[in-house]
Design a protein around this ligand. Structure first.
Ligand SMILES: O=C(O)CCC(=O)C(=O)O
Ligand SMILES: [Fe+2]
Length: 184
């Protein structure tokens, strides 16, 4: 598991470097902004569920980070939304899944999208996945790029707090729409 974490960390940084350059920013941004104590690994276990059509393994959501590196086992169940339709992400033991998170969407002014995804349950088989989340320090300010920034500046701490507040009060995450720029 430690190996997975350190390999994922290295991969996340190099991917983020390339993506930063592609979005017209300094490639060193993530090295400077992301710190070990906010990045984390999540191990997901999905027990078999007798009513898969009624119970999600994981509710539809976007990830609240910069970038996620995900490994899923052979059971399947991960889906992402494309053109308003849910598409299954086929398990491949030789592949990792890379998700752009909300912070990268804001930072790139929507050039890269934080894709909505969910996990369906399986009636008979247990499923496992492991995800590494690349996150900035809580006080890092996410500045949206471009002449017409779609989002106002916000810190990761502020974003996280708002997400937690919404989940507590409303029962779901609102996420980036809360930070849309209202100067236009
Ligand atoms: O289990 C999966 O395939 C997805 C996990 C996930 O989306 C998450 O942990 O945020
Ligand atoms: Fe996720």
């Amino acid at each position: 598991m430690e190996n997975f974490a350190s390999e994922s960390e290295a991969l996340a940084y190099s991917l983020a470097e390339v993506l930063a350059e592609k979005s017209g920013r300094k490639s060193s941004f993530f090295k400077k902004t992301c710190v070990r104590n906010t990045c984390y690994l999540r191990m997901n276990r999905y027990p078999p569920c007798p009513k898969p059509s009624e119970v999600y393994g994981l509710m539809p959501h976007t990830d609240s980070d910069f970038l996620t590196i995900l490994y899923q086992d052979q059971v399947g169940g991960l889906q992402l939304i494309k053109d308003n339709r849910w598409i299954a992400v086929k398990p491949n033991p030789r592949a990792l899944i890379i998700n752009i998170g909300d912070l990268f969407q804001a930072w790139s002014n929507g050039m890269y999208k934080s894709v909505e995804h969910r996990v369906m349950t399986n009636p008979t088989v247990e499923r496992f996945s492991t995800a590494y989340f690349l996150c900035p320090s809580y006080d890092a300010v996410i500045e949206c790029s471009g002449d017409c920034p779609a989002y106002r500046n916000f810190s990761f701490g502020e974003f996280r707090q708002q997400v937690q507040e919404d989940v507590k009060k409303l029962g779901y995450k609102v996420g980036l729409p809360r930070f849309i720029n209202d100067i236009y």
